[in-house]
Design a protein around this ligand. Structure first.
Ligand SMILES: Nc1ncnc2c1ncn2[C@@H]1O[C@H](COP(=O)(O)OP(=O)(O)OP(=O)(O)O)[C@@H](O)[C@H]1O
Ligand SMILES: [Mg+2]
Length: 355
């Protein structure tokens, strides 16, 4: 799946503009010309929401009351066109092939994207919740049952916490109820942990493959599941449950507090990794995510890489961009530092654009 044409009308800084894309696209121009905005428009057309949790109407050009975006996508030779029309009062109309779509979930063509921005570096540098969110959303995407387990788990956890916090409730009378909640928590969380471990086993080789590819060296990357319950490995549900029962008594809260640790050559990347290494690792994770989705959905997501090139040396840039993993977009302030062979193959989109 790829986007071949984009039309923007009153989208962010673009009043009226049309773009044509190829397989590798380099969007270049000085600061504040709209490079990120183009990636955002593509993301918006595919996901129907802005990249960040900004208010949706912020995408409308300051001087207008509406924004209109149209994309033409190509899927195995078939063309799909999609339009979004958003007005300042929040009314949003989505059309696909000219037909209005009332509910996003009714759209049959799910067009997946992967968006990299420097914010993603928090996957390695940031708090555990960022990593949990990354893995939870990815596992849910390929295993919807996982999402349901997570939902059930959080529901029971909330009920239990409410019960404990409720000062009026006679805690001692509710002991049995707490036990019932604990049993449920153990049931759900053992499945969650088991699924996370199984996923990591599959995910790590992909990360290593991309890391070796991008860095050009054979440093081994490892990803450890950081929990008192289990690290990566073979554990049966019963073993996990048993361990969980013991740990809960010791004050373990559950898998919503677990973390993932990255090791490079046996050392923790968060502590010892250079900027370029961290960036390479995060990119390897992002591309691995794409590959996992490709295996699951049969289609490679559109890869949108914003400000990705900084801190990467020439070889890493070259290795990253020579990829054949799907349609790729990157932004750059100038193209001088891009490898010549990439420039030959890429569609170059310079901003500001005439017309
Ligand atoms: N709703 C809007 N209406 C008009 N302009 C907007 C709107 N939202 C953002 N902009 C402007 O669009 C301009 C381009 O932003 P963008 O982030 O795409 O630039 P960029 O080319 O990626 O720059 P950089 O190289 O600094 O990353 C900014 O000056 C921003 O203020
Ligand atoms: Mg930008």
């Amino acid at each position: 799946m790829k986007i071949v044409e984009l039309r923007l009308c009153n989208f962010r800084n673009f009043k009226e503009q049309q773009f044509f894309f190829g397989d590798i696209n380099v969007i270049f121009g000085k600061n504040a010309q709209g490079k990120t905005n183009i990636l955002e428009a593509i993301y918006y057309l595919c996901n129907f929401r802005p990249v960040k949790t900004t208010k949706e109407i912020e995408i409308i050009n300051f001087d207008s009351d509406f924004s209109y975006i149209k994309g033409i996508f190509e899927d195995n030779g078939d063309l799909i066109d999609r339009e979004i029309y958003l007005t300042r009062d929040g009314t949003k109309k989505i059309k696909e092939m000219g037909f209005e779509i009332k509910k996003v979930k009714d759209i049959s063509n799910r067009i997946r994207t992967i968006f990299f921005s420097p914010d993603n570096l928090s996957l390695v540098k940031g708090s555990p919740s960022v990593r949990r969110r990354f893995f939870d959303s990815l596992i849910s995407e390929i295993k919807p049952a996982y999402y349901n387990y997570l939902k059930d788990y959080f529901r029971v956890l909330m009920q239990k916490n409410k019960l404990i916090k409720n000062k009026d409730a006679k805690f001692f009378y509710n002991r049995e109820l707490i036990e019932v909640f604990n049993d449920k928590i153990i049931d759900f969380s053992s499945v969650i942990v088991k699924m996370r471990l199984a996923f990591l086993k599959k995910f790590i080789p992909f990360v290593n493959e991309f890391y070796a590819d991008f860095s050009g060296n054979d440093t081994l990357i490892d990803l450890k599941y950081n929990s008192p319950i289990a690290e990566v490995g073979e554990f049966s549900i019963d073993e996990i449950k048993l361990k969980m029962k013991e740990e809960i008594k010791r004050g373990y809260q559950g898998p919503h507090t677990d973390d993932y640790i990255f090791l490079s050559g046996g050392r923790e990347v968060k502590r010892y990794g250079s900027q370029g290494e961290i960036r390479t690792l995060v990119l390897s994770m992002i591309f691995s995510r794409g590959k996992i989705i490709y295996e699951y959905a049969g289609k490679m997501p559109i890869i949108l890489l914003d400000d990705v090139l900084y801190e990467l040396d020439y070889n890493r840039r070259q290795n990253l961009l020579k990829n054949d993993y799907g349609q790729l977009f990157i932004t750059a302030t100038d193209i001088k530092n891009l490898p010549g062979e990439i420039l030959k193959r890429a569609s170059l989109i310079g901003l500001p654009k005439e017309g």
